[in-house]
Design a protein around this ligand. Sequence first.
Ligand SMILES: NC(=O)C1=CN([C@@H]2O[C@H](COP(=O)(O)OP(=O)(O)OC[C@H]3O[C@@H](n4cnc5c(N)ncnc54)[C@H](O)[C@@H]3O)[C@@H](O)[C@H]2O)C=CC1
Ligand SMILES: O=C(CO)COP(=O)(O)O
Length: 377
Amino acid sequence: MTPKKIVQTGPRATVIGSGSWGTTFGKILADGGAQVTMWARRAELAQEINEAKRNSRYLPGINLPRSMAATHELSTALDGVEQVYLSVPSQSLRENLKALRPLLADSDAKIVSLMKGVERDTGLRMSQVIQQELRCDPDRIAVASGPNLALEIAREQPTAAVISSRSQETAEIVARAARNSYFRTFVNTDVIGTEFGGVLKNLIAVAIGIVDGVGYGENTKASIITRGLVEMTDFAVANGAHPETLQGLAGLGDLIATCQSPLSRNNTAGRLLGQGYSFQDVVKQMQQTAEGLASVAPVLQLARESEVDMPIVEQVKMVLDGKMDPRDIAPHLTTDDDTPQGERTNHGQADGGGALRRALQRAFDQFRNGGGRAGRD
Ligand SMILES: NC(=O)C1=CN([C@@H]2O[C@H](COP(=O)(O)OP(=O)(O)OC[C@H]3O[C@@H](n4cnc5c(N)ncnc54)[C@H](O)[C@@H]3O)[C@@H](O)[C@H]2O)C=CC1
Ligand SMILES: O=C(CO)COP(=O)(O)O
């Protein structure tokens, strides 16, 4: 095949984090014409990317674009940057932002989260942590999500994603940069729904891994995926998302990809739990980030606060805590009482508008009390 000729006339983009997704996203941007610098924690990895155009630990067998540069010096990485893409484990984002902040003090660069977790101690989404730590205009912040298993995209398999920002203009600027012959980006302005889609599908993927590990078949998995989407949508809508976002790439799309693929780290972690490994053993065995494991507790806390039932996530937590034998997991069979439950796939409607009504009530209460809780949308 004739090598592609790509002219790097696009924006100067820096990716913070050279793991599997950060490096893949750097390739997406470079193949779309951006001038890409990767920041890596380890000097040896920066050197490997620069000299061999490889990241052998995270993307074995993948040739990276010749134009892609890398450094382990943050100040070099951020010099003159127009777009900053963040791809570190969610629990380490805040500490990384503290180092970035002085270097971006005079910058109006767009800041894009590629991450799919919530902060364990605060329950905040990544865009909220960015806004807090960089103290920047939320219109400069975007998030990327969708069915985006890194290795498939690094192999240039055709894929779609969504870029979301409160500002349509920012979403479009980022979507134009993060687009090439094998990667297509759509836009929306529902940041809450887009971020929660990515967080919640990880938890459902852990559940699917567990039942897979136990040896249950397709009926069980399809039941959990379908009920999982209801659970994801109820939760996201109660926390301010638009239900249609959860039917899109960042919700259903990512749920399908993550629940089906052995490449998924969340799915893999679940499978190990289902095979009988303890939570501690699973954490030791995982070579890469499985965000779902850290997001379970804060998501359940938010669910309690917003009065949303999450039987699947509850049972995942019980398995993680060693309080439920994986063979007993059957979250789709959970019901509050003996009365047959409505299927409720039209969120905020068939339950008498419960989730929607509760979200409106909360907004009204916050308004009456003179504003929302700090840091939340
Ligand atoms: N891998 C994938 O297919 C996709 C991953 N994501 C999300 O991207 C985010 C990053 O995940 P991956 O790149 O897959 O993880 P990974 O485990 O492949 O790489 C994580 C990177 O962060 C670095 N790192 C670890 N701790 C750090 C710290 N304290 N400070 C700075 N850097 C640190 C590691 O050295 C590594 O380079 C996660 O939120 C994940 O959910 C989103 C879409 C696809
Ligand atoms: O987010 C992903 C695919 O869209 C990657 O999923 P895992 O983090 O489970 O590998």
